[in-house]
Structures are given as C-alpha cells and as structure tokens.
Write a protein that binds this ligand. Structure first.
Ligand code: ASP
Length: 578
C-alpha cells in the first residue's frame, strides 16, 4: 500500500505490535473521542485502511468526523486492554499531538456499519456513506475485480478501445437517452445502450480482439439490479466460434472472482437453453442446489385424471415437504396459479412409498408407484406437479424450485453456468411479429437456417448467456457478417430494407467492405461485483447511484434548465421549466 505522503508516514489501520516504538504521523477522521478528565483523552482515528486508538495526555479540541493530523509513538496496549475486533487492537499511538486540518459538522448518520440508515439519507450524503467500512470494501473490491478482468483481457491479446458516448440508436431495444445538439438544433445524439455497433465496426476495422470497460445507458425503470447507467466488460473478437468467446470471457470472470474472494470458482457449468429450461425451468439456473425438474409426462400418458392431461407434466420434489399443512399447500397452489399455471397437483410420499393427495386415489397404485420411482422422491417428501405446455410448466416449477430451495444470496459456492443455443426469437409481439431474443445481429444456428422462413420460433441462435447463482451476468453471440443472412433475419423480424438502412445502414454498409466472422459478449460488472460482495442491490457497489425514481438526492439531478439554456439547445420549455 502506498502509505507515506507529505502529510503522513503511515496508514491508521496498518499499525501492528511490531511497530511498537515507531514514531508515526497519521491523518484521518475522528471516529470517536473519549475524554477522561482534563489529562487524558482517546481519539479513534480512521482512514480508509481502518481505525487506531490514539492517546493524548490532555484534552482534545476535535469532534466526530473532524479531519486531523496526529503525531505520536506506537506502543503495545497495556495487557487486558487489547481489542481483538480491531486489526490494530494490540497497539495504540501514545503521546499524541493533534492538529485539526478541517472542522466538520456532526455527520447525518453514524459512520459505521452497525446502524441501518435510510437509503435516501445515505445517498444525499454519499461522501459520508462511502467512509463506512462496508462501502469502502465494496468500492475497493470493485476496483480489484475490474483490474483483474482488464489484465485477463490484455493477457489474451485484447486491445481496449474507447467508443463514443454521443452516439446514435443501438439495437438492444431499450428506451434511449437523447442529448440535444446545440450546433444542429432539433437533432439529437443518443447515449449508447451498449457499444454493440461500434465494436462490430472495430472488427471490420481489423482490431481483431477488442474490449472495453464500457458505460452503457438505458432509460428503463430502475430496480435492485438495474440503473440507468451501468458498466459492462464489453468484448468482441474476429474469426471465432462460440467456444472462443466463452473461453475468453470465462478467463476474465474467473480472474475477477479470484481477485475478489482469493480463490477461483469451481468448474463453469455448460447447459444448452433447452437443457436449462428442462432441468431448472429457467434460462438463469441457480446451480447452488439441485432440486431438478422431473418429467412425469410418460408416466401420466393416458391418465384419466383431467387435471393431469396435458402435453407436458413436470414436477419438483420438495424434500421433507410432506409435513406441510393444508395452509402452506394452499399457498403453494395459489402461487402456482399466480405464476400462470392452471393448477398445482401435490402428492405427499407416504412411509409405504405411496402417495397421499386429493388426486392420489384417482391415479391407481401402479401409477403412484411409477411417479415416486420416476421422481426419486422419498417418504416424507412432497411432489409438486404442473401440467401444461412444456415451456410454461417448466417455468412455473422453476420459480417454485427457487421459492422452496434457493439458499440465501451469500451462501454456497459461486456457481457459474454458460447457457448456450438460445432461441433466435423469444416469441411474437402483439402484431404477430417475431421478437429478437438477443439483438437482430445474432447469427442463427447453422443447422436451423432453413427454418427462418418456415418456422422462425424453432430457430436456435448462436447466442449465449453467462449466469452466476441464478443471476444473468451477461449475454453475447456470434454475429451475422453476411448480408444475405442479415436480410433474412430482418425479414423474419419484419424490419423492412428501408428501416434497416435507416437504423443500421452504416453498419451494413461497413460490412460491404469486408466483414470478418465475429462474435462477442458483455459482462455486467455491477451485478457481478454485487454478487461477489454478497450485496443484493447493485447500488451498494456503485459510488453515486440513482434512486428508484431516477434521481440523485445529492446533486438534485435531474433538474430543469432555464429558458436561455434551452433556447441554445433548440428546445422549448416543458412543464418542469424554471
Ligand atoms: N451488446 C450486448 C448487450 O449489451 C452484448 C453483446 O452481444 O455483446 O447485452
């Protein structure tokens, strides 16, 4: 650590027993001050490295959060007064002289991790909030993770290139922020939702391997895991297949994890989208626990029970759930219905290996036995089944699996998983048009190209997601670099040639000058760091985030502009104008 400066010789939190006898000059904030009469005072001095106790023979004219410089001599604390909770707890700084560098008003909330302070107040005084150990640790962890990922990319031959923030619409499909042009009144720049087009142009430009720790802006409603602006590790590579991209990104996230927690994660799992839905009911599987979905369709084929007659019957086993009372079971049924299921069938596995359920009697003994066998349920377990179409039944059970089995955020290992071969289209919009699952430049799976016109929803893509403990960390794909394929995908998306030219003409134009096959990825750094820090909310790993309503309580942004400022931008005052 770079400790010594013109004003200090050491950092507070680094002093240890072996420093006894050393004269030190420290700088920091007064965390606590205790006076014992006129002749003895204790000052707990804090800087970013931690706290140390300073002893002054006399009184001290400094209060909480005043900024001071302290000179004194390190000594071992008298036996019995050591503080095992402090890194510096074996020592104190004695014979201290305190010089006040800046006075301070009492802080708006305690500068420690013990008290829960309202988030609005924390954000209004974020500079005080960040003094707390938790925020210090989070921001420094973030810096370490980003540094490690940068090094991992550079080590694999990637070149960091900055792309513009004043840009033009990009294809991610979210609402965009616009910036009025002063020189061309009435025209606007658009803040990039991602460097997607720029990085593809860099491939045409022969950069071969690009990355950027990139700011992206999306004007979407804010949530715990979403801000207007966020940071991605953005990656693009030429002359590659999906495996190359997965490999390069895996190296970066493994390095980031190691930098954060001191050891690499276990093996990164691989599932196709189909397998992920089939086994976990979701494309964001949390692999910290098993509880995989089971397929009961063959066992129930031809069943007389109406509620279980469906193209697909899937189930999960809730271990030990056989003891749930009627109230809890009814709540599960309601939950399944709220998730869109027609119903939820439950079966308690009895000691004899049979099923206790309102439907049990109707099923007959043989089917009951087959259900228990297929689901590998044990006596005392609860079997929960949903009948419907495949995607839907799996989806409902995937959510119930999380409700019933998911460990708390910080518990269990870090289980990364690649989910590959996403469908090219995620469904139809209100007007019956296919909707791109990733973005319109995603290359279809080569085996499915012929289905583009005949059965677009069945087309798999060469798109992949990276998932960590059930959170989507990012997405990417192999891109379309051939104009004929791009036209067919635009046709499937019902994007006319005129519209395609208006929106992406410069990219398609560039492709005519020699586009290498290429693909890439983007890792959401805010989410990744939040998970590594054990934080539920990405705001805890962002220095100056916005609140849920999109404002910054500290600066007051967004604010109205005055008429004169608006006029310069070629804008007229709206309802919020000053
Ligand atoms: N641009 C995409 C995104 O921001 C990632 C990618 O395809 O590289 O989600």
């Amino acid at each position: 650590m770079n400790e010594a400066t013109a004003m200090r010789s050491r950092l507070c939190g680094t002093l240890r027993a072996e420093d006894a006898g050393t004269e030190v000059t420290l700088c920091g904030w007064v965390a606590h001050r205790r006076e014992h009469g006129e002749h003895l005072a204790f000052v707990d001095l804090r800087d970013h490295s931690g706290l140390v106790q300073c002893v002054v023979d006399g009184s001290v004219d400094a209060r909480g959060e005043w900024v001071v410089q302290v000179r004194g001599t390190v000594r071992r604390r008298p036996t019995g007064t050591e503080n095992a909770e402090l890194g510096t707890g074996e020592v104190e700084v004695a014979d201290c002289v305190v010089e006040v560098l800046a006075r301070a008003e009492p802080p708006p909330f305690p500068v420690d991790d013990r008290a829960e302070t309202d988030e609005g107040v924390r954000l209004r005084h974020r500079y005080v909030d960040i003094r707390r150990p938790r925020m210090q640790a989070n921001l420094r962890l973030r810096a370490r993770v980003v540094e490690a990922m940068r090094a991992a990319m550079a080590g694999q031959g990637f070149c960091e290139v900055e792309t513009p923030l004043l840009w033009t619409p990009t294809p991610e499909g979210a609402r965009e922020f616009a910036v009025p042009s002063r020189l061309q009144p009435g025209s606007f720049y658009v803040l990039p939702q991602s460097p997607q087009i720029a990085k593809q142009l860099l491939m045409v430009a022969g950069m071969d391997r690009y990355f950027q720790v990139a700011r992206c802006m999306r004007d979407e409603d804010l949530r715990a895991d979403r801000q207007f602006e966020f940071t991605q590790l953005d990656v693009e590579m030429s002359f590659v297949g999906p495996e190359d991209v997965l490999q390069a990104v895996t190296e970066a996230v493994v390095a980031g994890t190691e930098a954060a927690v001191g050891e690499p994660p276990g093996e990164v799992a691989r599932l196709t989208w189909q397998q992920s839905i089939e086994r976990y009911g979701t494309d964001k599987p949390d692999l910290r626990f098993a509880m995989e979905l089971v397929d009961l369709t063959p066992v129930l084929a031809g069943t007389e029970v109406r509620a279980l007659q469906a193209p697909s019957v899937r189930a999960v086993v809730h271990a030990g759930g056989g003891s749930l009372g009627r109230g809890r079971l009814d709540a599960l049924v309601e939950r399944a219905k709220a998730l869109g299921a027609a119903g939820l069938a439950w079966f308690k596995v009895t000691d004899g290996g049979g099923l206790d359920s309102p439907l049990g009697r109707l099923l007959g003994e043989e089917t009951q036995r087959a259900l228990v066998e297929t689901s590998k349920a044990s006596p005392g377990d609860l079997l929960l089944a949903v009948a419907g179409d495949w995607r839907h039944a799996c989806g409902v059970l995937g959510q119930l699996r999380l409700d019933l089995g998911r460990p708390p955020l910080g518990e269990g290992d870090r289980r990364f998983c690649w989910v590959t071969e996403f469908p090219l289209f995620e469904g139809l919009d209100d007007e019956g048009r296919p909707v791109a699952a990733h973005h319109p430049f995603t290359m279809p799976h080569p085996e499915d190209l012929d289905l583009l016109e005949t059965d677009p929803l069945a087309v798999r893509s060469q798109a992949y997601d990276l998932v960590l403990n059930g959170w989507e960390l990012g997405s990417g794909s192999i891109r379309i670099h051939r104009e004929d394929v791009q036209r067919r995908v635009f046709d499937a998306l019902r994007i006319s040639p005129e519209e395609a030219d208006a929106r992406f003409g410069f990219l398609l134009g560039a492709f005519r000058y020699g586009a290498p096959p290429h693909g890439g990825f983007a890792v959401g750094i805010d989410r990744f760091v939040a998970l590594l820090a054990g934080e539920e909310n990405i705001r805890e790993v962002i220095a100056f985030p916005k609140t849920q309503s999109g404002s910054d309580p500290m600066t007051g942004a967004p604010k109205p502009l005055g008429e004169a400022e608006l006029r310069v931008l070629g804008l007229r005052a709206g309802p919020g104008a000053r």
